[in-house]
Design a binder for this molecule. Structure first.
Ligand code: HEM
Ligand code: HEM
Length: 184
């Protein structure tokens, strides 16, 4: 049986950023998917959308910070028992796709609002537009953002499933490495 306390972990900052990002991504999806609870042009609907934008932009900032920590900090700890080299490569490609998603989605969303000619508000503070108004481009970007949202479900759902599979079926240390150590 694995001695959990002895398993080498990701750094505490990587672990915190991972789980905080999970909360923010789930919230960003919920605020947008459930916006129709409120009719169009009501304060409730506007609040749902504004919260989606602020959370999405927070995800962008945290992901950039996370990538800096990742490439300047200690490398990811080894998994025991070690998965096959092809699994290691597949995981790397999957993680790269998730990072791309976490950066591209907020940027496309930000560009959608900018080209629409709408102000981009980050927790009450107006931030600069990424591009000038362009209705046609705005429609294309919105479609791209919508497709990206659907891809995200598959990407992140698959990622979570694989993490659980590693833990419950392969019984390796993949998931434990991403858990904070218990105190004491
Ligand atoms: C990781 C971050 C993000 C995720 C996962 C995400 C996901 C989504 C999803 C699932 C939708 C609904 C698409 C549909 O209609 O089916 C949506 C809509 C939208 N998002 Fe995002 N988004 C993110 C970040 C952002 C950011 C940062 C902005 C802008 C600053 C933004 C702007 C928009 C806009 C303008 C819409 C369309 C809203 C409407 O229908 O009125 N998103 N997003
Ligand atoms: C919105 C949801 C999630 C996002 C955006 C996300 C993102 C990521 C990213 C980018 C990495 C790569 C870390 C690195 O740079 O090495 C990672 C690793 C990991 N994630 Fe997630 N994750 C999410 C949800 C989950 C869930 C729900 C679980 C568990 C059930 C999970 C378990 C793990 C584990 C175990 C690793 C380490 C895998 C390895 O290094 O091979 N993640 N995650």
């Amino acid at each position: 049986m694995t001695d959990h306390a002895a398993v080498p972990r990701y750094s505490l900052s990587m672990i915190r950023l991972h789980w905080l990002t999970l909360i923010l991504v789930v919230a960003a999806y919920c605020f947008m998917e459930f916006r129709e609870i409120f009719p169009r042009n009501t304060p409730g609907r506007e609040f749902m959308k504004a919260t989606h934008y602020s959370m999405g932009l927070t995800i962008l900032g945290l992901t950039l910070a996370r990538l800096i920590i990742k490439f300047t900090g200690k490398p990811a700890p080894a998994i025991t028992p070690a998965p096959a080299p092809w699994q290691h490569m597949a995981a790397k490609a999957g993680h790269a796709a998730i990072y791309l998603f976490l950066i591209a989605m907020p940027l496309i969303g930000w560009a959608t609002l900018s080209t629409e000619g709408d102000a981009v508000i980050f927790y009450g503070l107006e931030i600069p537009a990424l591009l000038g108004p362009d209705k046609i481009l705005s429609g294309r970007l919105e479609e791209l953002h919508e497709i990206g949202g659907k891809i995200g479900y598959v990407l992140l759902g698959g990622h979570a499933l694989l993490a659980i599979l590693h833990h419950a079926v392969f019984k390796d240390t993949t998931l434990i490495r991403m858990m904070p150590k218990r105190a004491g």
